[in-house]
Design a protein around this ligand. Structure first.
Ligand SMILES: Cc1cc2nc3c(=O)[nH]c(=O)nc-3n(C[C@H](O)[C@H](O)[C@H](O)COP(=O)(O)OP(=O)(O)OC[C@H]3O[C@@H](n4cnc5c(N)ncnc54)[C@H](O)[C@@H]3O)c2cc1C
Length: 415
């Protein structure tokens, strides 16, 4: 396998670098330095994604006919690696990476024309309504009821029930929802996939606090309640009761993606932090943490694991053409990438030590509505604990890592 880039690919890399240097401005960089999870608040996120759109780079994985840039797998990888290495914001995935591929594959021409362009322009924001209070890993048990009806405006469903852990529902204009349209037969056969306007009467969004503390503009998960919410039948994707097929297709996109470049960047940052922190010895003999043999061993182990993930990502993505999914291999990547994300955040917390306690002061101030105090330690320390706590989520969302292991055993290893 040849992993060297060609001259053309290196020239493309330079074009991307030049663009990032100019588009990823000081204001966006300052916001990202305070981000606990790789996202900005909605205004910042839209500003960044519109810059990508104007350059024609908002949707590297979309086929050209829908506005994708027509890149080769190598170009897509280079773009992802360069944006991650520069520490750029993560693109909000629910529209561009999750519902859009489903609309492209299973939507009607009218649905494609109506929904895809505003997703590409980041004019319309989406959230994902899969999980329910009693249905997470066992998603097929979901119960949000969609009752068919008809009125002067036409055929519709009335939705009743709730969705939970809905990321950024407070920002969303639309939600894609799995709903129960039948209780007959196998559970998977009574599910439909519908698109719901969040402004429809009967929808309430309620914020769920998380252990990474309240940070302004960074509320992450919510519960969404549906009380007789009217959804026109033309907002259903594909056939009634066939939603499970579309839902599974979407999950392959949710779990895919290349993570190694971002992890390499986080490790480089960690090495810089360790060069600034005292070692584990006593007094003036302590030296730098970066020179501590035990720390170096832990850092090197992580670097090796990320490099192995990188080789696997390159191997898998080089076999995938634009607009297609990587199938069950996405479970392998999700599992490894999230374990590494958590391990990097753990070692970073260890490296920063007591300076990470600034987080506690932030959280109390936030909860009590007081201004956040000055941090006693270096600037980089303030977000280390929120990131550490935030990344506990990574082994749960997108299907828990235990469930990914089951999928790998069955579909990749054939056990
Ligand atoms: C930060 C965050 C954001 C999220 N965002 C969204 C979103 O936007 N939209 C959305 O729909 N959902 C979202 N989720 C929900 C997420 O998909 C679910 O939390 C996940 O599927 C697990 O479901 P659950 O929480 O109900 O846990 P459960 O399914 O109750 O699992 C509890 C524990 O049992 C284990 N377990 C369950 N079944 C098995 C099995 N068969 N074999 C082995 N172990 C098993 C699990 O691994 C877990 O450790 C989000 C979750 C988080 C944490």
């Amino acid at each position: 396998m040849n992993l060297e880039f060609t001259q053309e690919e290196l020239a493309f890399r330079d074009t991307v670098r030049d663009w990032i240097a100019q588009a990823y401005d000081a204001d966006l960089r300052a916001q990202m330095a305070r981000s606990k999870n790789g996202y900005l608040d909605k205004a910042g996120q839209v500003r960044w994604q519109k810059k990508l759109f104007e350059r024609g780079w908002a949707a590297p994985n979309w086929p050209e006919e829908y506005g994708g840039p027509g890149w080769t797998p190598s170009q897509r990888y280079i773009f992802q690696a360069e944006t991650a290495a520069a520490g750029c914001p993560t693109v909000s995935p629910m529209g561009l990476k999750m519902v859009a591929p489903v609309i492209m594959k299973y939507g009607t021409p009218e649905q494609k024309a109506r929904f895809l362009p505003p997703i590409l322009r980041s004019d319309v924001w989406w959230c994902q309504g899969y999980s329910e209070p009693n249905s997470g890993s066992d998603l097929a048990s979901l119960q949000l009821r969609a009752t068919p009806g008809h009125d002067e405006q036409g055929a519709h469903y009335l939705l009743n029930g709730s969705k939970i852990w809905t990321t950024h529902a407070q920002f969303a204009d639309w939600i894609f929802c799995l709903v129960r349209t039948s209780k007959d037969g196998a559970r998977q056969e009574g599910i439909s996939f519908v698109l719901v306007d969040m402004r429809t009467p009967g929808i309430t969004v309620s914020a769920l606090p998380t252990l990474d503390g309240p940070v302004e503009g960074q509320q992450e998960v919510n519960q969404v309640f549906f009380d007789n919410v009217r959804v026109p039948v033309e907002n259903r994707i594909g056939d009634e009761n066939k939603g499970w097929t579309y839902a599974k297709y979407l999950l392959e996109f949710e779990r895919g993606g290349s993570s190694a470049p971002g992890l390499h960047q986080a490790l480089a940052k960690l090495a810089k932090i360790a060069a600034d922190q005292p070692g584990n010895g006593d007094g003036p003999e302590a030296g730098r943490l970066l020179d501590d043999p035990d720390f170096r061993r832990r850092l090197a182990t992580l670097r090796l694991r990320v490099t192995a993930l990188e080789a696997t990502e390159l191997r898998i993505f080089s076999n995938v053409s634009s607009g297609t999914s990587i199938g069950a291999a996405s479970s392998m990547l999700k599992l490894t990438a999230t374990e590494l994300q958590q391990a990097v955040s753990e070692l970073t917390l260890d490296a920063v030590g007591p300076a990470a306690l600034a987080f506690v002061a932030d959280s109390w101030a936030g909860l009590q509505g007081r201004p956040v105090p000055e941090h006693p330690g270096p600037d980089y320390a303030a977000v280390v604990a929120p990131r550490y706590f935030n990344y506990r989520k990574a082994s749960i969302y997108g299907g828990s890592n235990e469930v990914q292991r089951n999928i790998i055993a069955k579909l990749v290893l054939g056990l």
